[in-house]
Design a protein around this ligand. Structure first.
Ligand SMILES: CC(C)(COP(=O)(O)OP(=O)(O)OC[C@H]1O[C@@H](n2cnc3c(N)ncnc32)[C@H](O)[C@@H]1OP(=O)(O)O)[C@@H](O)C(=O)NCCC(=O)NCCS
Length: 246
């Protein structure tokens, strides 16, 4: 695979990892922002390889990174909606010595003192106010509002139209659903899920799903046994792996 490189184009070439709906959004952001020049998508689904999406080729899976590197393409952004998968792919792409870039739509509005990690997607119309801290692999989706001094942890996702008040902490991997509201100074625990349209008035425990107005837990974090079972492949269970002796 040899990509057509244009020596007159001053934009930095990059690849988008993830050829799904979020990949399409990220492509649009990069084209609007004009700082990077997307050359194609990577995706782990072999059925997509060799096809095109929105005018760009789907080049293969992460195995293609070496060949891209040889052609001078060393920038990537992970465009995968699932928080855990996005974080894992970011680690793999970084291990292949690629720079993880931020895709920020020109209509997003960030206060001058917002701090940003890497591999962040900030979609059209999103707002992040004074002193917000936005961690690696975060998505601030279309039209969301993140008010002052809020911290959004690694690989969290603030969905379209969600409104986060000031001094909120959204821990790593948490998901704040479409149109949800989180009141000031609250903490959304790691890997927690806030349902679409919820109004969160109390802290949310890690790995817990809340929904409704006011938001109430509809799924709690797994208990210790359930959690261990999630970590231990079924094929190892007969060895007692991961379980404490009873
Ligand atoms: C909260 C959510 C994660 C729950 O999904 P789930 O675990 O599959 O739960 P279920 O669909 O089985 O629903 C369980 C119960 O909660 C209710 N419920 C689900 N989502 C709800 C919501 N957002 N608000 C209020 N109630 C909700 C269901 O009606 C159901 O109630 P019942 O038991 O009385 O029938 C999901 O419904 C949701 O809101 N996802 C957000 C999607 C989103 O933001 N997408 C944007 C992506 S960019």
């Amino acid at each position: 695979m040899v990509l057509n490189t244009n020596a007159n184009d001053s934009r930095t070439p990059c690849v988008i990892v993830g050829a799904g709906g979020h990949g399409r959004v990220v492509l649009d952001i990069l084209l609007s922002a004009r700082r990077y020049r997307p050359v194609g998508f990577l995706d782990s689904n072999p059925a997509l390889h060799g096809r095109r999406m929105d005018g760009l080729p789907i080049l293969g899976d992460l195995g293609v990174l070496t060949s891209l590197r040889a052609q001078g393409i060393v920038s990537a952004v992970i465009a995968i909606g699932d928080n855990g998968t996005r974080r894992g792919f970011a680690d793999e792409v970084e291990a292949a010595d690629f720079e993880l870039i931020n895709a920020i739509h020109p209509s997003a509005n960030l206060a001058h003192n917002v701090t940003l990690g890497r591999n962040i997607v900030i979609a059209a119309g999103a707002l992040a106010c004074a002193h917000c801290q936005i961690g690696d692999s975060v998505i601030l989706n279309t039209g969301c509002i993140v008010d002052h001094e809020t911290m959004v942890g690694t690989a969290a996702h603030v969905c379209p139209g969600a409104r986060i008040a000031g001094r909120v902490t959204i821990e790593a991997g948490a998901f704040v659903g479409i149109g949800a509201t989180v009141l000031q100074c609250l903490r959304i625990g790691y890997d927690a899920i806030v349902g679409g349209g919820a109004v969160v008035t109390r802290d949310v425990d890690p790995m817990t799903t809340v929904a409704g107005v006011p938001a109430r837990p509809i799924k709690s974090a797994p208990d210790t046994d359930e959690f261990t079972a999630m970590l231990v492949p079924a094929s190892l269970e007969h060895l007692g792996a991961g379980r404490s002796p009873s």
